[in-house]
Design a protein around this ligand. Sequence first.
Ligand code: 3AM
Length: 193
Amino acid sequence: MVRAFLAIDLPLDLKRELYSLSKIPLPEGLKGKWVEEENYHLTLHFFGNVPENLVEKIARSLQGLLRGFTPFSLTLNGPGFFPERGTPRVLWIGLKDEAGELKEINQKLQKSLKRLKLERKERFHPHITLLRIKELRDPEAFQDYFRRLLDEATRIQGKTFLVKEVTLFKSELTPKGPVYSPLKTFPFQGDVL
Ligand code: 3AM
């Protein structure tokens, strides 16, 4: 079995900037795990554990559905968290998909998942996970922290980056954290203007 997900990897300088946000100290009563700098990515779909032979099938299908896309840019938006109500579990930075390319990839992906009889996901909210919250004892302290994060994130908000490819990653969970390695990369066609 392979634990697989489809994602957009990020440029190194952007990862470094995102990681600088982790320097804001977490308040008392908020325990979490900041995503490792090298691991930042934008998940398009989490496949979960799939048998090896299905990975090949998925890759072929992805090859087909991603054909025809050309490089496009995405813009960093402000921070947010999931779930919106109740205890926040995941803190992230959102993305603006101005040209609607992510939406289009997702629509094609959902059709392809249906054809492969794989589980689909109704909602797609493009984000880069920053922090996974393990314990939150003081909601007010969280609000303060989040305000500080909103403030700090204005530095990087509006930055754009070019997406030239999509990657099918293998995720291995280790005691030191997840290790992501590319299984297959799907480069977009055409020259960048
Ligand atoms: O980009 P994010 O962080 O949202 O949360 C995991 C990460 O997404 C998600 O897959 C991405 C790469 O690990 N993920 C992990 N387990 C999951 C699950 N059981 C999951 N998404 C949905 N269901």
